[in-house]
Ligand binder design. Structure first.
Ligand SMILES: [Zn+2]
Length: 198
């Protein structure tokens, strides 16, 4: 292109971010350059800090900059419940809801024979150990409603058999504010199967 190599490198890196293609990366970089003092320098500093300190929580797999993540470090979250999610993004989504008061276990994916992802890659043995060691009474499987997600949920449920822990999963069905007319057939039949007394 016609800009300096350093700037082209930055554009190339930005273009690898989810949701940004080459065109929007170029626009974003130009914007950063124009807002050098208020945006570019603070962003560079924030990136540097996170790059130096970010790591996986050794207990649950959440991202953290400390020894344990904030949720694992918070004794009030030790209510005997562990919510199993596929990804940190799912943990963040659950936290946005604010309804769950327990702790998490982030798998980092789903079982997949195709991609050779086995139970140990997903810290499933760690989960079984946590259930035993942390006095867990309920494991909530909040995995995605995909084939791999549900296969993984069944595998975990089987691994936890005999531990005495209650195993539940999130209800699937009509979203708040949802209109039946706009839902796909799978969602409607899942909602019908999960119906409850009115
Ligand atoms: Zn943690």
């Amino acid at each position: 292109m016609n800009s300096p190599r350093e700037i082209e490198t930055l554009i190339d890196m930005m273009a690898r971010l989810p949701g940004l293609g080459p065109r929007s990366a170029r626009r974003a970089v130009l914007h950063l350059i124009r807002k050098r003092a208020v945006l570019l320098a603070p962003l560079a500093e924030a990136l540097r800090r996170v790059a130096e300190t970010v790591r996986e929580c050794p207990r649950c797999g959440n991202v953290t900059t400390a020894d344990l993540c904030e949720i694992c470090a918070d004794d009030r979250r030790a209510n005997g419940e562990i919510c199993v999610v596929e990804d940190v993004a799912d943990l963040w989504a659950m936290e946005r809801g604010g309804a769950f008061k327990g702790r998490y276990h982030v798998l980092g994916g789903t079982l997949s024979a195709l991609d050779a992802v086995g139970p140990a890659d997903l810290r499933i043995p760690d989960l079984v150990a946590r259930v035993r060691d942390e006095g867990i009474s309920e494991v909530i499987l909040a995995l995605n409603a995909t084939v791999d997600g549900q296969t993984t949920a069944h595998y975990i449920a089987e691994e936890l058999t005999g531990t005495g822990v209650a195993i539940t999963s999130l209800a699937q069905g009509v979203p708040i504010g949802g209109q039946l007319d706009y839902l796909d057939d799978g969602t409607i039949s899942a909602a019908l199967r999960a119906r409850k007394g009115f």
